[in-house]
Design a protein around this ligand. Structure first.
Ligand SMILES: [Zn+2]
Length: 306
């Protein structure tokens, strides 16, 4: 039994992070392949980041130490380049009560055999230029349905900080980024939890419309939510949470930090800001427990229950 709890405005709270990136050795190798002459050491120097050890188990050990320090019970680790699913699988195999394995999927290169140990499949339609209406998504959702897994779909504004800092081109296509495009496939797979990160990353209204119509759609709260700058009338985090709670309630929000690299490690400030905002709008301790962990643990063990 994992009884790690961290201090919060509600007292000690079990926290599970639904959105962290596992920037493995393989991840950086894949980036290096995209720019001739780029080495891992040069990337580390350019980014000011500590480069990961070669073995994913060793990187997993660094994260367990960091999560221990922050009193975070569990975390979803996202393999953030196609072909890196083995890294997060190794991390979760080594620490099954700590890590939930999630991995980026390129649906046109789908091979279910590589995803046997993955609990959350992550789709980036704008990055890989596919529409959520294409047939190539079918086997991915069937894989999720059969294994009580979740599917994460990045919508809205997509900027990958590490690519920008390394000067790598990001030929993404935003026309594939509207949450409305998930309506049909989410309805066809009502037991598959569909997670839209960052409240839709600029498509807040559309993400709420989708979630209102599809009870299996969940929103993750991760990152700084800089998309709030795009709103016609200015929004703050309290208002975002209030509106989301009014439309979909506390059982379909998943706290996430979007932590990704060392030496920063777990991004504590994201937790502090979101906990403060939720406390200020009088969210109960029971609802805080749901948002900060219980919802995630429920959907990865049981899928979406009708
Ligand atoms: Zn992220």
């Amino acid at each position: 039994m994992n009884l790690i709890e961290r201090p919060s405005p509600w007292g000690l709270l079990p926290v599970s992070d639904a959105h962290m990136h596992f920037f493995s050795h393989r991840f950086f190798e894949a980036l290096a392949e995209q720019k001739p002459g780029l080495t891992l050491d040069a990337m580390g120097a350019q980014l000011g980041w500590q480069m990961p050890p070669a073995e994913p188990e060793h990187l997993a050990a660094l994260w367990t130490q960091d999560l221990d320090r922050h009193r975070v019970a569990r975390a979803t680790l996202i393999a953030s380049v196609p072909g890196d699913e083995a890294s997060v699988a190794a991390a979760a195999r080594k620490h099954p009560d700590r890590f939930i394995a999630a991995a980026m999927i390129h649906p046109r290169k789908w091979n279910a055999a590589n995803f046997a140990e993955i609990q959350i499949g992550c789709l980036f339609p704008a990055m890989h230029c596919f529409s959520m209406h294409e047939d190539c998504l079918r086997p991915v959702f069937e894989w999720a349905e059969q294994g009580q897994r979740a599917v994460f779909v990045h919508c809205g504004v997509l900027s990958v900080g590490v690519r920008d800092k390394l000067g790598l081109a990001s030929p993404f296509d935003m026309r594939f980024s509207n949450p409305i495009d998930l309506h049909s496939i989410a309805l066809r797979h009502p037991r598959v939890p569909v997670i839209v990160p960052h409240f839709g990353a600029g498509y807040f209204r559309e993400a709420l419309m989708l979630a209102d119509l599809c009870p299996n759609v969940y929103l993750d709260t991760s990152s700084s939510n800089r998309w709030m700058l795009y709103q016609e009338s200015q929004l703050n985090l309290r208002q975002v949470f209030r509106r989301a709670l009014d439309v979909i309630g506390p059982k379909r929000l998943l706290f996430g930090s979007d932590s990704s690299f060392f030496p920063r490690g777990w991004h504590q400030q994201i937790f502090e800001d979101q906990a403060k905002a939720l406390y200020e709008i009088d969210v109960s301790a029971a609802d805080a427990r749901a948002i900060f962990g219980e919802n995630l643990l429920r959907i990865i063990t049981r899928g979406h229950n009708l």
